[in-house]
Write a protein that binds this ligand. Structure first.
Ligand code: PA5
Length: 472
């Protein structure tokens, strides 16, 4: 296993005398944070394993917690037959046979895969020639909306781009992901894309070009049976949609993209070890929860801005928006998550963040090392822009100055910040970050007495939408 550079969390920007928190405040809730950790790691896992779940804790989807270790262990025991071994084989098979894969899913059944693509693949992955993608298919997402024009345009593109080509370039496939198997957006898209695929490959071959990830039973499982698909994956019981990124839901698309899924899982497992063993004050999960919780309750700052300082992290931010919003936005409570991508959004939101209502904490996510050497501004004979004096500065220098300058400006105005540092944007850092944020979300739920699992409020719109569709 390659050495994992640990993710770090620095909350000194929130230890401010006015509108902030003090070390004393954090010390004051240490016992509560430890109790919340014990509940997540001991009580929840015991109740989950025994099946004896008290009514107020239902649903208890605690299966995600130790999933990275479970999947890795099974893989090390049986490289071929384990779930991860099979996922890798499916990814290789699709890579050899198709050049485009459409991932259908919504919410927790797609946001993770997209976050993994944007963080761990080349930013222009789909635009690269096949050899530069390592023979991996291009990836498209649908079934995450009911946008007529986007769906039709993707079907048109798949048909025209594959037309008249031999080999993988002439073929495309579907990965359809739905835990319940009945979500309308995904189900409608599956029917439409399946029809387009059938025209291409013929009904008898559909089974080789569709890989479902779904529950053991349900409408999608029934369709997979009817089509005769054997290469398929389960969304495990006890793992909720937004906690499923490190199950087949995220791992299968990731493996198809050529992402190092073992490194991703090892990093998540390392975060689990850290969470289990590190004391408050050095525990990135507990410290993140403690500081954000104190700012919300003591300073009335319910808005959590995840301020990501890399374009590659935008979809991780969206994934986290869903995780926090659906998990804790219950009983008229729960923090309000908002993703900002900087320096881009300094030109759209900074005014409000600097001088607007004092209801926000800025949680920065900072990348310590970029993949490429710093790109210098350079010297030019046309110095009308007066950049020659900065000619040897790189985009890395400018980004660092933007981060430090923004934090200083917030500090000057008593606006709290925290910094999550990633060693890079890669499997190792992203695996840690994802597991950290999932753990933090359930720890906070236990701390404030809100069940982080389930999303009862989402049922209401579905009921009315279905009723309206059937009436008209
Ligand atoms: O977090 C969740 O459980 C939800 O966001 C679901 O992932 C989303 O509603 C999609 O559900 P399904 O996977 O059943 O189609």
């Amino acid at each position: 296993m390659a050495k994992i550079k640990p993710l770090t969390f620095d909350y000194s920007g929130s230890l401010i005398p006015v509108n902030g928190v003090s070390q004393g405040d954090i010390d004051g809730i240490t016992a509560k944070l430890q109790a919340a950790r014990d509940e997540v790691l001991k009580v929840d896992l015991e109740q989950y394993a025994s099946g004896e779940i008290p009514a107020e804790k239902q649903p208890l989807d605690a299966g995600f917690t130790e999933m990275p270790e479970r999947i890795l262990e099974a893989y090390h025991d049986d490289r071929d037959g384990s779930e991860l071994g099979r996922i890798l084989k499916t990814a290789t098979r699709l890579g050899e046979t198709v050049d485009k894969v459409v991932v259908l899913g919504i919410g927790g059944s797609y946001m993770g895969a997209r976050a993994l693509m944007e963080t761990c693949c080349h930013p222009y992955f789909n635009e690269l020639p096949r050899e530069s993608r390592g023979g991996r298919p291009r990836i498209y997402f649908e079934g995450n909306n009911v946008d007529n024009d986007w769906s039709q345009s993707l079907i048109d593109f798949l048909e025209s781009d594959s037309s008249g080509k031999e080999g993988p370039e002439g073929n495309w496939a579907i990965v359809v992901i739905s835990k319940s198997g009945g979500t309308l957006e995904t189900a409608a898209a599956f029917r439409q894309f399946k029809a387009a695929l059938e025209k291409k490959v013929g009904a008898e071959n559909l089974k080789d070009f569709i890989v479902p990830v779904t529950g053991a039973s349900g409408k999608l499982a029934g369709l997979a049976d009817a089509i005769g698909i054997t290469d398929r994956y389960l969304v495990p019981d006890g793992v909720g949609g937004r906690f499923s990124i490190l199950s087949a839901v995220g791992l299968l698309p990731a493996a198809i993209m050529g992402i190092d899924v073992v490194a991703l899982l090892e990093a998540a497992a390392a975060m689990n070890t850290h969470f289990r063993t590190a004391a408050v004050g050095q525990n990135v999960v507990l410290d993140y929860v403690g500081v954000n919780h104190l700012l919300e309750t003591k300073q009335e700052m319910p808005t959590r801005v995840l301020s990501v300082w890399s374009k590659s992290l935008e979809s991780v931010g969206f994934w986290y928006d869903q995780l926090l919003a659906e998990s804790l936005g219950k009983d008229e409570r729960g923090a309000f998550p908002l993703t900002c991508v900087n320096s881009r959004d300094l030109h759209s939101r900074a005014q409000q963040h600097q001088e607007g209502a004092r209801d926000k904490v800025m949680n920065n996510v900072i990348v310590d090392a970029w993949r490429h050497e710093g790109l210098a501004i350079g010297q030019s004979e046309h110095d009308q822009d007066q950049l020659n004096e900065l000619g040897d500065k790189t985009l890395v220098d400018i980004m660092s100055a933007a981060i430090r300058g923004t934090n200083l400006a917030y500090r000057e105005d008593n606006r709290p910040t925290t910094d999550i540092h990633l060693a890079g944007v890669n499997e190792s850092s992203v695996g840690q970050l994802l597991q950290m944020l999932m753990l933090a979300t359930v720890v906070e739920g236990r701390l404030i007495g809100i069940n982080p699992y389930g999303q009862p409020g989402v049922e209401s719109y579905k009921k009315y939408m279905n009723q309206l569709l059937r009436e008209t």
